[in-house]
Design a protein around this ligand. Structure first.
Ligand SMILES: Nc1ncnc2c1ncn2[C@@H]1O[C@H](COP(=O)(O)OP(=O)(O)OP(=O)(O)O)[C@@H](O)[C@H]1O
Ligand SMILES: O=C(O)C1=C[C@@H](O)[C@@H](O)[C@H](O)C1
Ligand SMILES: [Mg+2]
Length: 223
């Protein structure tokens, strides 16, 4: 539905844009405008697609892409398995908190985090202040099929990687669910998940910019 476009209040303009977003997502320029200096922060379990989908999303939106795992490796001049092996997980986690806090000062951008980053309360607060959190929610079979062959994930180097993954999901999914936006990561082209993120982001940005006005607006629901 399109509305006549004359003398609209801020809320009416937001409602108008919501109508346009109902079938998809806001035009890129408007999305970037509403984003301001904030980062789009991708969170989720190993293999959910944060790095590969994030890179495509950044390209689509004309934003830079930063991968926190890569930034940690550069800062330490070691690979993640090497950091875990020489210094342990606690050392990795404190480096991860510092690196993500620094990267969050550099928005707007798409920031892919490591799978455990959002479990830190201080990182969640830093993301809430400077970013919009997007949870790539993937099911067990999907992520296992993606990570099974890789040795680059030290947390899965256990005698029972499937059991470890199930436990990580049970511990983490209630925390990931605190994210601003939830997107279903599934076996469709990466580009499709990137578009789903743009739809979810459009709805989130419209609903939060509208709620600054005098009346609440309904958030459009994607098909
Ligand atoms: N939508 C998708 N369809 C098919 N394969 C995908 C999809 N998303 C991700 N993958 C594949 O799954 C693997 C893991 O993806 P990716 O590295 O992006 O995950 P991640 O969330 O960054 O994981 P980690 O937390 O370990 O860094 C890659 O081989 C990637 O190509
Ligand atoms: O899920 C996790 O805790 C991790 C995921 C990876 O992205 C890396 O950050 C590291 O291997 C730890
Ligand atoms: Mg990654």
């Amino acid at each position: 539905m399109k509305r006549e476009n004359q003398n609209h209040s801020a809320n009416e303009q937001a409602a108008l844009a919501q109508d346009e977003a109902r079938d998809g997502f806001l035009p890129r320029a408007q999305l970037v405008d509403l984003l301001g200096q904030r980062s789009i922060v991708l969170i989720g379990i190993m293999g959910s697609g944060k790095s590969t989908v994030g890179r495509r999303l950044a390209h689509r939106m004309g934003l830079k892409f930063v991968d926190a795992d890569n930034a940690i490796q550069e800062a330490a001049n070691m690979t993640i398995p090497e950091i875990f092996a020489s210094h342990g997980e606690a050392y990795f986690r404190s480096g991860e908190e510092r690196v993500i806090a620094r990267l969050l000062q550099e928005g707007p951008q798409v920031l892919a985090t490591g799978g455990g980053a959002y479990m830190s309360g201080s990182t969640r607060e830093a993301i809430a202040e400077a970013g919009i959190s997007i949870w790539l929610n993937a099911d067990f079979e999907t992520v296992m099929a993606r990570v099974r062959k890789r040795t680059s994930r030290p947390l899965l180097q256990t005698p029972d990687p499937e059991g470890t993954m199930r436990q990580l999901m049970a511990d983490r999914y209630p925390i990931y669910a605190k994210a601003d936006v939830e997107i279903h990561s599934r076996d469709v082209p990466h580009e499709t998940v990137a578009e789903d993120i743009m739809i979810g982001l459009s709805q989130y940005l419209l609903s939060t910019s509208a709620s600054n006005g005098t009346r609440d607006l309904e958030v459009p629901v994607a098909d």
